[in-house]
Design a protein around this ligand. Structure first.
Ligand code: MG
Ligand code: MG
Length: 246
């Protein structure tokens, strides 16, 4: 799917709302605060900007952000979990502006975190940057996953296989998917106007995942820490343009 310049303008606006949600949640995420409170903080940004949430009611999801602490990889439901010093917390959220979607995630430390947790977050964000750098016209989509995997595994970490990135536009999840690993084939040729959400999920231990009984929360099978960073990025003639920036 190739997006016109006027469509990209709307996606840029949606992306800015997502970035503002991130900033608000980051500022509010301190020890003693519940993840339910962080959800309300993000919802206030959506409301203030006249945007809509693409997470709320998505396949029945009950909140506008996902909050996934420590060994939780993705899709955690905000609730009574209270942040503690030394936690890491992954926050994923999105917004819709005039029918166009943005989607982005980050992981942050709550107070001081272990050297391993800090390194995991740093490497995961670096792996996202390495993936984004592949989004040039003429390259192949699955170079993204190859670059992400290379950064993560060279640091001694592993990349989740069951959950992947995706194209994005008038829906949050569009085809094709974007694996965070080399899937054995190069994938589609990249063209200006294509837009993708690139979102490495990197585990400190093994890549295996377990879905909890709530039907949403995904944790590492071995209980190791996990981090998640995501941006929505357009392929342009001048290279990748990150749309989910302040
Ligand atoms: Mg997301
Ligand atoms: Mg996504």
């Amino acid at each position: 799917m190739i997006r016109r310049p006027d469509e990209l303008a709307k996606m840029r606006r949606a992306g800015r709302v997502v970035a503002e949600m991130h900033e608000a949640v980051r500022a509010a995420a301190v020890p003693g605060v519940t993840t339910a409170k962080l959800d309300r903080v993000a919802a206030e940004v959506i409301e203030r900007r006249g945007a809509r949430s693409n997470f709320l009611h998505y396949r029945g999801f009950p909140a506008v952000i996902c909050t996934s602490p420590n060994d939780m990889i993705v899709h955690g439901i905000p609730g009574s979990y209270t942040l503690r010093p030394g936690d890491i917390l992954s926050v994923d959220c999105g917004a819709i502006v005039e029918g166009y979607h943005g989607d982005a995630a980050f992981t942050m430390g709550i107070g001081e975190v272990s050297p391993l947790a800090a390194r995991l977050m740093e490497v995961t964000e670096l792996s996202l940057s390495a993936g984004i750098e592949q989004l040039w016209p003429g390259k192949r989509l699955n170079e993204v996953g190859r670059a992400v995997q290379d950064v993560a595994e060279r640091a001694g970490f592993s990349v989740v296989r069951e959950y992947v990135g995706h194209a994005i536009g008038t829906a949050m999840h569009e085809e094709p998917q974007v694996p965070n690993y080399w899937p054995g084939k190069p994938g589609p040729l990249l063209k200006p106007g294509m837009v993708f959400a690139i979102e490495p999920m990197v585990n400190a231990g093994g890549p295996e995942t377990v879905l909890l009984e709530d039907g949403w929360s995904v944790v590492t099978a071995d209980g190791s820490l996990s981090a998640h960073f995501e941006h929505t990025i357009a392929v342009t003639d001048d290279g990748p343009e990150v749309l989910t920036l302040p």
